[in-house]
Design a protein around this ligand. Structure first.
Ligand SMILES: *Cc1c(COP(=O)(O)O)cnc(C)c1O
Length: 399
């Protein structure tokens, strides 16, 4: 029998669960898109986006998903033939590199595998070998949503600084912003991209590119940028609609305004970081207990290299899809599929699944996800160790 009827929980790593107030904020007539309330609200949103990114520099808003701002960011930085270095720890950095390649850049990829963070010493070696500074930008994800790896962004900055290499440091925080600590200016990040539908708890459809003055200087040397992707009018509009190269995404903006208030002014960024860390630790504690006597295993071995927004799990091809389906059909929890983890010739998702614990999630929701997985392991006779829910509860008991 199915126990599914009730409030569903989409526990995939984006789109994430949205607060009811975010959804309700969109339930209203459209505002004037030239004057008044909307204009004031966008000004306040830009201030608050900078607070989340911890930057005093520029923030451009696009009507786009994450792929859109991947393209926007490289379109403002690269001329055809420019060289970029991609630090790959899974599916996502590669995708950004592919965007750069398709606009004519020469892309070199440093591969770090799928189970541990990018090694800054190898980055430094490549930068040191690039004596005439051909590499224009280093592209990296803070969190790779496919593997659950969290990269050490300050260590990347240190590698650039220690080798005296002038390349821009460009970081994808699409999965991590609002969940894992990130400080754009203090960490020396030149360009950062993110999107609305993960830690920012807003429907998919808004993307953001943050850039500092060094990146703005590089933009000035780019010969051709399409008018839609050009970030210059977006951050310095002559008329309000230039912010969006046309009609503003009115209702998404109302939603985002509500989400930023919840994140920054009601909970506070530090508290949100703590909540994500603790809930992630609870997930890992449960997974370690299950894995003590069975095939389940957290993909990233070192907890210091794990994201607080998403956990990727290995469970073996015979179990992954069955478990995901059972949990979805019986408990109302949708688990994330595996992405880019299996060898090229095997169906990707069968042996893996992911738990999204990003955004508007709290302790009881995470206990619900873990309890649902526990029920699935039991119902399907998948070997697993005991005490997973106790272990998660013990972590949460620390507050
Ligand atoms: C989700 C995600 C993307 C892609 O975003 P879309 O909105 O699906 O285009 C890119 N990078 C990371 C790290 C992500 O988590």
């Amino acid at each position: 029998m199915s126990l599914v009827h009730g409030r569903p929980y989409l526990a995939i790593p984006g789109p994430s669960v949205m607060p009811d107030r975010v959804l309700q904020a969109m339930h209203r007539p459209a505002p004037n898109i030239y004057f008044g309330e909307l204009v004031d609200m966008v000004a306040s949103i830009i201030i608050d986006l900078r607070r989340v990114a911890q930057t005093r520099h520029h923030a451009a808003i696009y009507i786009a998903n994450g792929h859109g701002v991947w393209e926007a960011s490289v379109a403002n930085i690269l001329n055809p033939g420019d060289r970029v270095l991609v630090l790959s720890t899974g599916h996502f950095a590669k995708g950004w590199g592919e965007m750069a390649r398709r606009i004519g850049a020469v892309v070199e990829t440093l591969e770090f595998g799928q189970r541990s963070a990018a090694d800054p010493a190898r980055l430094a070696d490549v930068l040191r070998a690039d004596r005439d500074h051909q590499i224009k930008a280093v592209l990296a994800v803070q969190v790779d949503t496919a593997t659950g790896i969290r990269n050490d962004v300050p260590a990347m900055r240190a590698a650039l600084d220690s080798t005296g290499h002038p390349a821009l440091l460009m970081v994808d925080c699409i999965a991590s912003l609002g969940c894992d600590r990130f400080e754009m200016d203090a960490w020396g990040v030149d360009v950062m991209v993110t999107a609305s539908q993960k830690g920012l708890m807003t429907p998919p459809g808004l993307g953001f590119v943050f850039f500092n003055d060094k990146a703005a200087g590089v933009r000035a040397g780019v010969t051709q940028v399409s008018s839609y992707w050009d970030w210059v009018p977006r951050v310095d509009p002559v008329h309000f609609p230039n912010h969006f190269c046309g009609t503003a995404p009115t209702h998404h903006l109302f939603a985002l305004r509500a989400a930023l208030t919840i994140l920054l002014d009601e909970e506070g960024l530090d508290a949100a970081m703590h909540r994500h860390a603790r809930l992630a630790q609870a997930v890992w504690a449960a997974c370690d207990a299950w894995g003590a006597a069975g095939p389940l295993e957290i993909n990233v071995t070192d907890p210091a290299e794990r994201s607080h927004a998403v956990t990727a799990l290995r469970i073996g091809a015979e179990h992954g899809t069955r478990l995901r389906n059972w949990v979805g059909e019986t408990t109302g929890v949708t688990l994330g599929i595996g992405l880019g983890m299996a060898p090229a010739d095997t169906p990707d998702w069968h042996g893996f699944f992911r738990i999204g614990h990003m955004g508007h999630v709290n302790a009881h929701m995470i206990m619900g996800v873990l309890g649902s997985i526990q029920a699935g392991l039991t119902a399907l006779d998948i070997p697993h160790g005991p005490g997973a829910l106790d272990a998660a509860a013990a972590v949460m008991a620390r507050g």
